[in-house]
Design a protein around this ligand. Sequence first.
Ligand code: SF4
Length: 315
Amino acid sequence: MIVYGPVPSRRLGQSIGINNIPPKICSYSCIYCQLGRTDKMRAVRQKFYRPEDIFHEAELKMKQLDSQNRHADYFSFVPDGEPTLDINLGTEINLLKQFHVKIAVITNASLLWMDDVKNDLMKADWVSVSIDAADNNTWRKIDRPHGSLNQRDIINGIIEFSQSYKGTLVTETMLVDGINDQEICIRKIAEQLLLIQPSKAYLLVPTRPPAESSVQRASKANLLNAVKLIQNISGVKTECITGDEEEEGFFFTEAVADDLLSITSVHPVREDIVDELLRKRNADKAVITRLVKQGKLLKFSYEGKKFYRKNIRNK
Ligand code: SF4
């Protein structure tokens, strides 16, 4: 399923997800990635799905929402990999504009040094770029980039993009204990944010099972310190997203199994939230047991909580 949701999002309201990249094709293999390690590292853009197929799925989704008297605030490109690897991203954004719904892209920014990627993202209304580190060593440790990528080019690409982009640009920094949450790392990130001047800098912590089990979230004290430092140095409004805010209120249609698989493909969901939603919809937990048995859904533990995640390697 390429088009899924809508998923309620704190930042984007009701957001229809566009999964324009097949499972785990990415230019990074971040240690905190909730989809596991990247087994298909790429740094060259290519074709994946046909833009008209994405448009067709989006059209069906819009009709379904219409029939339910519901609306969407955004189409969000937030796939199982890096969305800008898709050479047709700009064409897809142009096609989706016909629905008069805003377009968001959440990217790791690793290809923003390329002019065609900048041009594609210019078409979106809201773009989030990742900046997990501003020094080469920490970047390699946390994001484990494709060998051909150069961090200076990427940061320069983000700065250039920010100078001509007319939409809303935000940044995301995932703070991992002992990796990028020390003051020296945060200061360097803040110095770049001073040049980029996004509308907002979001600081996140891993709240779902990460690719590497040793990954721990940054402490509250380090997070608060990071907020202060970034605001003081860059003047950019900074906000933390540390909880499960975006999980509450997932919408499940009657086709609970399909919805659960589409949402958990990019967003592991806590077991208690799934249980509560099944209860509200009078759905039987057997649907979950069946998906786990079929190998379509995986059960994980992280920080003492149980999660479900789609098994993206199950065909
Ligand atoms: S977190 Fe995003 S950028 Fe990092 S490996 Fe996962 S999909 Fe790629």
